[in-house]
Design a protein around this ligand. Structure first.
Ligand SMILES: O=C(O)c1ccccc1NCC(=O)[C@H](O)[C@H](O)COP(=O)(O)O
Length: 212
């Protein structure tokens, strides 16, 4: 029996509504991201996180997104999360202090050294590579030059930044990431996911995972 092609895992990010969670779960999405950075148009409160997290069934990962957050906020959110995602300048020790699995977002500045960062954040479960826009820690809706990603990094790569149903197939064929992460590309408006775009994105990932 031939070895099955590895399946690209999918994270939908910036969830704010129960209906969007139900649709994502029905589509088989692997992880759901909740933005806890107050300046984001997709930000939710801890109370909303608690409510939304209760809607997420087993085997779907609940990811909390933080940007140089007060540890008290992370401690408040932790009971409702399975994974922490750090988008600021958090040193590894600060990421690891919560005794939870975590991933580190690396924004693709021109001078980023991915091998050095992968070594620095070697305790992370994965590295999320995202577009870089000064002053905007995430959710830019912009892609970056995927050819800048080394063929082999010391950590699983989650590709993010400007992904859409129209470009995700090309991204998977070019990068072969462990997982992909999308927010703006499946939205009708910030924080409001579009069911047709969500379904199209998942369909295009599945198509890209088919043997060629
Ligand atoms: O989504 C946000 O508004 C956001 C704000 C601050 C930090 C992180 C944020 N999102 C984190 C993500 O993982 C996004 O999915 C990722 O940046 C890709 O966003 P997009 O380019 O809109 O697909």
């Amino acid at each position: 029996m031939s070895t099955p092609c590895p399946r690209t895992r999918i994270k939908f990010c910036g969830l704010t509504r129960q209906a969007d969670i139900a649709h994502a779960v029905a589509l088989g999405v692997d992880a759901l991201g909740f933005v806890m950075w107050p300046q984001s148009k997709r930000a939710i409160s801890v109370d909303t996180l608690a409510m939304l997290a209760a809607e997420v069934p087993a085997f779907v990962t609940r990811v909390g997104l933080f940007v140089d957050a007060d540890p008290a906020l992370i401690e408040q959110c932790a009971p409702y999360l399975d994974l922490l995602q750090f988008h600021g300048s958090e040193p590894p020790a600060d990421c690891a202090r919560y005794n939870m699995a975590w991933i580190k977002a690396l924004r693709m500045r021109d001078d980023v050294d991915l091998h050095r960062e992968a070594e620095r954040y070697r305790a992370a479960s994965a590295l999320l590579l995202d577009a870089y826009r000064p002053g905007v820690p995430g959710g830019t809706g912009e892609t970056f030059d995927w050819s800048r990603i080394p063929a082999a990094l010391a950590k699983p790569v989650i590709l993010a930044g400007g992904l859409t149903p129209d470009n995700i197939g090309h991204a998977i064929h070019q990068v072969a990431p462990y997982a992909v992460d999308v927010s703006g590309g499946i939205e009708a408006f910030p924080g409001g996911k579009d069911t047709a775009k969500m379904a199209a994105f998942v369909h295009q990932v599945a198509a890209a995972n088919q043997p060629r």
